[in-house]
Design a protein around this ligand. Structure first.
Ligand SMILES: C[S@@+](CC[C@H](N)C(=O)[O-])C[C@H]1O[C@@H](n2cnc3c(N)ncnc32)[C@H](O)[C@@H]1O
Length: 344
């Protein structure tokens, strides 16, 4: 590659947003740093404003993705700014959690939030670049996006599994429930969010609001019933619609305060809400509980909720307990959901 082209790539990358691993990897493959007489690390540090420091789960996810795309440990190490030892360790861990975050270390050691740089459009990079080599490589990268589409198919296969989930009305054989917790697989397309790939994308099939509205929650609820509806801040308006459709009246909202910030295009999520609603009349078992609780993130799976929440519910609301869209069995609880069914 000619040094003018390398200079152009570097400037184009700076215009898009510096630091996305895909763009760095592409530059490395094209020989941009070499053409400028720099190592990849020097190029990133001197010309692109430094490495984006990733959280450990985020870095492991990136490493897994790069391995899958055929990058060598040496290339990964240079692109992510970590040692080959770290790459090797990370390669053994494939779990990705929703807690992935990106932040950049400022010179003074403080952390600055950064945009999800992997969202930076390679098409834009290609259009900013005059050379064929850059265009071609950007096109190759678009092919990688096809692989993301393949992953999407996997999610759809999960959706097929979902088709085998029993009708929740089967639960009526157990009886009706005095307390119901629901944690639906929200569909971000309801809000018109179409580009929810990567960090924000669930590993399960989402359910559109129209379908959630038809869940027989009112039938499963006893005459007097407490309902706890887990909901992301983004989905809140849908929650109130559901409560009404299911025959509940909204009372208040509990807030899970997470220990660190997560993802978000505007504000970065560090809270999640639980809408508390009532059918009939049923007081709380205790009157000394506030509307916020602090707890670590639930676990390794996407959208996993903290156990402390279920303890809180048990201390405030009466049994029998039902959890819809359950993943993990809980003693004293009836559970229903795709994951719950796979366990049987
Ligand atoms: C938000 S997650 C629940 C997370 C769970 N509360 C936890 O703390 O781990 C939603 C769950 O709904 C399941 N699911 C998705 N579509 C479903 C469907 N149509 N019927 C039943 N379960 C479904 C998913 O597999 C996933 O386990």
């Amino acid at each position: 590659m000619k040094s003018e082209d390398a200079e152009e790539y570097t400037q184009a990358l700076g215009q898009v947003v510096a630091g996305g691993w895909r763009q760095i990897a592409l530059g490395q493959r094209l020989g941009v740093p070499k053409a400028l007489g720099l190592s990849t690390q020097e190029w990133v540090k001197q010309r692109l404003g430094g490495y984006v420091r990733q959280s450990i789960p985020d870095r492991r996810a990136t490493t897994a993705e790069m391995r899958a795309e055929g990058y060598s440990p040496g290339e990964i190490s240079a692109v992510l700014g970590v040692s080959e030892m770290t790459v090797s360790r990370d390669s053994h861990v494939t779990n990705v959690t929703e807690t992935k975050q990106s932040s950049r270390k400022n010179g003074d050691g403080s952390q600055e939030d950064v945009t999800n740089v992997n969202d930076a459009p390679l098409e834009l990079l290609a259009s900013l670049s005059a050379t064929n080599a850059i265009r071609q490589e950007a096109e190759t990268t678009a092919a990688r996006a096809e692989r993301e589409a393949a992953r999407e198919q996997e999610r759809q296969a999960n959706a097929a599994k979902v088709a085998t989930v029993t009708d929740p009305r089967e639960l009526l054989k157990v009886g009706r429930f005095a307390t119901i917790v629901i944690d639906p697989p929200w569909d971000f397309k309801d809000e018109g969010d179409v580009n929810h790939f990567g960090r924000g994308k669930q590993d399960y099939a989402p359910i559109p609001i129209e379908q959630l509205l038809t869940l027989p929650v009112d039938e499963l609820a006893d005459k007097d019933c407490h309902l706890y509806l887990w909901i992301t801040n983004r989905s809140l308006p849908k929650g109130f619609r559901l409560l009404t459709a299911w025959g509940f009246r909204y009372v208040t909202c509990l807030t899970w305060c997470k220990p660190s910030i997560g993802i978000g295009k505007y504000f970065r999520g560090s809270t999640e809400q639980i809408l508390f609603a009532v059918k009939g009349s049923q007081p709380l078992k205790r009157k000394d509980v506030g509307t916020a609780f602090h707890a670590p993130r639930g676990g390794k799976r996407h959208s996993q909720k903290p156990d402390v929440f279920f303890k809180l519910v048990e201390s405030c609301s009466p049994s029998p307990y039902l959890e819809l869209f359950q993943r993990k069995t809980r003693s004293g609880w009836t559970g229903w959901g795709e994951d719950a069914q796979q366990r049987k």
